[in-house]
Design a protein around this ligand. Sequence first.
Ligand code: SF4
Length: 278
Amino acid sequence: MAKAGATAKGKTKRVPKPESRVALVRRARRINRELAEVYSYAHPELDFDNAFQLLVATVLSAQTTDLRVNQTTPMLFARYPTPEEMATADPEEIEQLIRPTGFFRAKAKSLLGLSTAIRDRFGGEVPGRLEDLVTLPGVGRKTANVVLGNAFGIPGITVDTHFGRLARRLGWTTAQDPETIEQEVGSLFPKSEWTMLSHRLIFHGRRVCHSRKPACGACPIAPLCPSYGEGETDPEKAAKLLKYEMGGGDGQRLKPPAPYLDYLKTLPGASKPPQGAG
Ligand code: SF4
């Protein structure tokens, strides 16, 4: 039951009761289920054909959009398809190829370093263990979890800027530190949900629950969100804030997975294929 507190005018104001652990877990799982329906086509938004490509693309995705990475990697992977070939690359040539993704000198150094390490320490194969992946240059827990979850099928939570912001807005954590967020959110869900939960939350953050202007009035999980009202609540104005396929625009992948293309076909008047598809 909500407590009553005195206001300046002497009236009483209802103060929400702190949420119990059981209620928090229930609400979090319900949000996950609702997001699973809304984003039934959620997927990693980087194009990749194997673990090495996903690792490289994820390193390149720092401080830029997945679309920019997807536009950059085809030439890079055509030139250096394996860790062995990338390890012997001319650093300046790599820099030029990845220049559009920004921070290209540091990223080129990471790509050369991680390719060399994979060649010399892991027999030319991307390792499938978190403790090995984080020893590669330029690879932290976030990148390691992306690779584990999407190339190896090992559940992982990817705490990027969207995931952290949404986890706090949804009241799942108050932490800022990615590792604490990973642990606190992970404890609310079965492990088997971790990878898809990450995709769904990141999809929602990119499309609806934006950093500066969340589209609360067009948000499918608004009734379950303690931060409702932080953004635009007018349904019409909020609908204009939606992005990517929800706003009638393109997705980020040049090679989107089939469920995404199938979903687009169900949208009224949205027969336009996404970036580079088809
Ligand atoms: S209601 Fe608003 S703050 Fe909450 S998840 Fe939706 S868009 Fe984000």
